[in-house]
Design a protein around this ligand. Structure first.
Ligand SMILES: *[C@@H]1O[C@H](CO)[C@@H](O)[C@H](O)[C@H]1NC(C)=O
Length: 330
């Protein structure tokens, strides 16, 4: 079992244990001992967590393909892989931005930095991306699937303008959104698999808690992210069963303070307050890089937000309904 599963079980048992103490004993001394126990458990867990066995040297010379690199977490990941001495190939639509990111990545220490300007919603651009990796590197250690978008505008714009699906059941948007954000992920992974299998590679899929619980006003994003979890969890199991040394890491993020998120939140009431809880981009990128390198099945970041929210559906239905329809709704 993974660190995360053991950690999750630990938290669960600690919470249940504490609840049992609380309700049956109802005595101050038990409360005090219980609190100390939980505290020690949390500290122990924290220490255990921080020792994920990540070796920064393992990234030196590693070959990395990252999609969606013109801004946000993808851009930051490119810089962090560069600092660790990786060889990177980045892909996005805007060529002028890609040139800038490549130049900066080189100055930060990337052993090599290349780009492919392309639209991942197009099969031929996916093919060109992996083909270029093959030609430039001859092998592939990391495939980081990070791009998000639609030729019809972004999901955040969609959610701002049209709150609920029934108010704007836009099938053209939905089909395009699935194509860019789901089908291309499967396509890129399939194209890269032969290269990844050669050297014990890693697939990293960027997702969020919207792939674990329904978040109102984002149903197309929920559809994509639940499907990413379904497909890539199945791929992970099949690769393992077949004895392939290719890991699949699902990054379950909470809100991250990218420029796009800031712009979106500033437009909605109460959004500015929510920004205070958004995770810094650099720390998020680092957590994902560590998770990929240590072959974690899933990483939740920031854990204290993403993990509890992701498990809301395990609660009794009335609690799930309250949290999803009232507490979490924007
Ligand atoms: C799997 O690949 C990694 C490189 O990513 C390597 O260090 C490890 O030894 C490989 N494991 C097996 C069982 O081949």
């Amino acid at each position: 079992m993974s660190r995360l599963a053991w950690g999750g079980l630990g938290v669960l048992f600690a919470t249940v244990g504490f609840g049992v103490y609380w309700s049956t004993m109802q005595m101050m001394s038990w409360l005090v001992w219980g609190s100390i126990g939980v505290l020690l458990g949390a500290v122990g867990l924290g220490v255990y967590w921080s020792r994920d066995g990540f070796d920064p040297e393992s990234i030196r010379g590693a070959t990395v393909v990252i999609t969606g690199c013109s801004s946000g977490i993808g851009e930051e990941m490119a810089y962090q892989y560069a600092r660790l001495g990786a060889k990177i190939l980045i892909a996005a639509r805007r060529e002028n931005r890609l040139k800038e990111v490549v130049a900066k990545a080189k100055s930060l220490g990337a052993q090599e930095a290349h780009y492919v300007a392309g639209d991942m919603g197009k099969a031929e651009d996916c093919e060109r991306t992996i083909q270029t990796a093959k030609e430039k590197f001859g092998r592939l250690d990391y495939l980081v699937l990070n791009h998000a978008g639609s030729s019809f505008g972004s999901i955040s714009t969609w959610a701002e303008d049209f709150r609920f699906w029934e108010d704007n059941p836009d099938m053209d948007f939905f089909v395009d959104f699935m194509n860019v954000n789901l089908i291309s992920y499967v396509r890129l992974a399939s194209l890269a698999l032969p290269l990844l299998k050669e050297g014990g590679g890693h697939i990293v899929v960027m997702s969020s808690y919207a792939g674990k619980i329904p978040t109102m006003s984002y149903s197309p994003a929920n559809a994509v992210q639940f499907a990413q979890d379904g497909f890539f969890s199945c791929l992970r199991a099949e690769l393992k069963k077949a004895g392939r040394n290719v890991s699949v890491t699902l990054a379950v993020l909470s809100m991250v303070r990218t420029e796009a998120t800031e712009k979106m939140l500033k437009k909605i009431p109460g959004g500015e307050d929510m920004l205070a809880y958004a995770a810094p981009v650099d720390q998020t990128a680092q957590a994902v890089i560590r998770g990929g390198a240590t072959r974690a099945r899933e990483i939740y970041y920031p854990f204290y937000q993403s993990w509890p929210i992701s498990n809301i559906r395990r609660l009794p239905a009335f609690l799930e309904d309250y949290l999803i329809q009232d507490a979490l709704a924007m």
